[in-house]
Write a protein that binds this ligand. Structure first.
Ligand SMILES: [Zn+2]
Length: 112
């Protein structure tokens, strides 16, 4: 259900863009999302055609790229952290902060 509403808002965004730029049809949508965006790519792929039916994005290909999350630790480490460990791989601190990983945006649209 969550992914269906995301698919619908994605279509809404694409439709507004199409309106603004005068596209007649969207051929491909390239999405980027952080691994902690809380969206399951396979679910989104499943719901996308339902949300796209009857819109300019009907039949469009959906490309989803998942970006690994990055964390920053007081010790100076910055990079990936194992999901289950949830602590700094260098010093073991749990005072790590996520610097990216929840983003969700349209990278590119292929249109005609
Ligand atoms: Zn550390």
């Amino acid at each position: 259900m969550h992914e269906l509403s995301i698919a619908q808002s994605l279509i809404g965004l694409v439709e507004r863009e199409a309106e603004k730029e005068g596209f007649t049809r969207v051929l491909e949508i390239r999405l980027r999302m952080g691994e902690y965006a809380g969206i399951i790519p396979d679910c989104l792929r499943e719901f996308f055609p339902l949300a796209a039916a009857g819109t300019k994005a009907e039949g469009a290909a959906l490309e989803i790229e998942t970006l690994p999350a990055r964390f920053r630790c007081p010790c100076g480490y910055e990079g990936g952290v194992e999901r289950r460990a949830a602590c700094c791989p260098v010093c073991g601190s749990t005072a790590i902060r996520m610097v990216s990983g929840r983003e969700f945006f349209v990278e590119d649209l292929k249109v005609e």
